[in-house]
Design a protein around this ligand. Structure first.
Ligand SMILES: *Cc1c(COP(=O)(O)O)cnc(C)c1O
Length: 419
């Protein structure tokens, strides 16, 4: 070991888990938005939508105040609600499931494949009933799920699919698709690619999150996008999102500023989850920087991969020949570690200044879902994945020295624990 490295080793650092990466570019744009006289949904939100659609290679994007709202509105646009079943992985964040519940649908959890964060696709097929209207895949950690498989499953069950929908637009969408709808919770995956397609191009409807801990942030925030549907105008779908997200009010605040434009109608007692121009200002400048941010994530992941491979610690594979993850989360699994030992390791790392996390404690372990009757014993693969998992800090505020420090501390703790 060189003298310099030795010195670094003794100097304790504090490594936060996932701080936002905000520069003067974002700060100045927010100031401009605040000075412009237009604070809520307006020109900056519309510009961000346009640029995100270009970036995702989709026709339209709708910006909203969260991914949860985006996913909920995706279901509502498709007329999914009471009496419908929605298949969701047990291994995800609560929002993936709760958005369907908000619409009145019943969530059906499916276990993961062994040693995978993805659903077991055979079990997805088995979970389908006459009531199944949607399957939600999660691009966990920024890695795009296997949508080809999901479309195949939905196509294979086409004959037993009865289009429903609690709205006229929803009925028309379900009829046009003629099969179970595929949704993507791409909260982690903005900018991820697979087989030459961008996140947003895979599922029938996709949601993204711009929450402060995500790769790309507007403080809170999220967006929806979708694949073009033959026979249904994108403008109609877009307008429907506007109505759902703004009280069912026939004109938004900007349209009301037109001469004589005071009068509006309320066509449904709906929701309030629009994006503000202050948020969009931050997003516009984040988007300018985003390709660089993704590149930096890739560098850090390369270093973590080398360290984990050397230690025999399993990790997500973010980059393959045909896919590039958005590099959102670094999930590392300590071989042979029990839940208790994993908890001890997390504490030891934190004592050394390295803040980690766990993504995710499976939903059937959470009180709300337990009370609905779900039991983690029915999801052994999700449990096993969780039990020895530690999520390492992965963000673009990490310097090379920070990354080296995390690697050194992690190596030392793993060896100390004699794993
Ligand atoms: C963060 C997250 C969400 C929710 O995002 P919000 O923008 O906070 O609503 C949904 N799904 C997953 C997998 C997430 O990690």
């Amino acid at each position: 070991m060189s003298g310099a490295e030795n010195l670094n080793m003794t100097a304790k650092r504090v490594i936060p888990f996932s701080p936002p990466d905000i520069t003067d570019l974002e700060i100045n744009e927010v100031i401009e938005a605040m000075k412009s006289g237009w604070l809520t949904t307006g020109p900056r939100t519309k510009e961000l939508e346009k640029r995100l659609a270009e970036y995702c290679h989709t026709s339209k994007v709708v910006c909203l105040n969260s991914a949860t709202a985006a996913e909920e509105l995706n279901f509502r646009i498709c007329g999914i609600g009471e009496g419908d079943e929605v298949i969701v992985p047990a291994y995800t964040y609560t929002a993936t499931a709760s958005a369907a519940i908000h619409c009145g649908a019943k969530v059906i959890f499916v276990d993961s494949r062994k040693d995978s964060t993805e659903m077991d696709y055979d079990r997805v097929a088995e979970a389908i009933t006459g009531k199944t209207k949607a399957i939600v895949a999660v691009d966990l950690g920024g890695i795009i799920a296997d949508y080809d498989k999901l479309y195949k499953i939905a196509e294979a069950k086409k004959d037993s699919f009865v289009p429903g929908g609690n709205t006229d637009l929803g009925r028309r969408i379900q009829t046009a698709k003629g099969r179970i709808l595929i949704f993507s919770d791409a909260a982690h995956a903005l900018g991820a690619e697979k087989d030459g397609k961008m996140a947003g191009e895979f599922a029938d409807f996709t949601d993204f999150s711009f929450h402060a801990v995500k790769n790309f942030t507007t403080a809170e925030g999220g967006a929806s996008t979708w694949k073009d549907i033959p026979g249904i105008e994108n403008e109609e779908i877009y307008h429907s999102y506007q109505l759902y997200s703004l009280h069912g009010q026939s004109k938004d605040a900007l349209a009301k500023t037109q001469i004589g434009g005071w009068e509006y109608d309320i066509i449904g007692p709906w929701y309030k989850c629009n994006m503000t121009d202050i948020m969009a200002a931050m997003g516009l400048r984040q988007l300018d920087r985003y390709p660089e941010l993704l590149k930096r994530r890739k560098e850090i992941i390369g270093k973590y991969d080398a360290m984990c491979d050397e230690l025999g610690v399993k990790h997500l594979i973010h980059y393959t020949e045909n896919s590039t993850s958005s590099g959102h989360l670094y999930l590392a699994r300590i071989p042979g570690a029990s839940d208790e030992l994993r908890r001890e390791i997390i504490i030891r790392l934190a004592e050394c200044g390295v803040n980690t996390n766990v993504h995710y404690k499976p939903l059937p372990m959470m009180t709300a879902y337990r009370e609905m009757g779900w039991d983690i014993r029915d999801f052994p693969n999700a449990y096993d994945y969780y039990a020895n998992l530690i999520t390492l800090p992965l963000h673009t505020r990490l310097s090379d020295e920070d990354v080296n420090y995390v690697c050194r501390v992690f190596r030392r703790v793993i060896k100390e624990m004699r794993i």
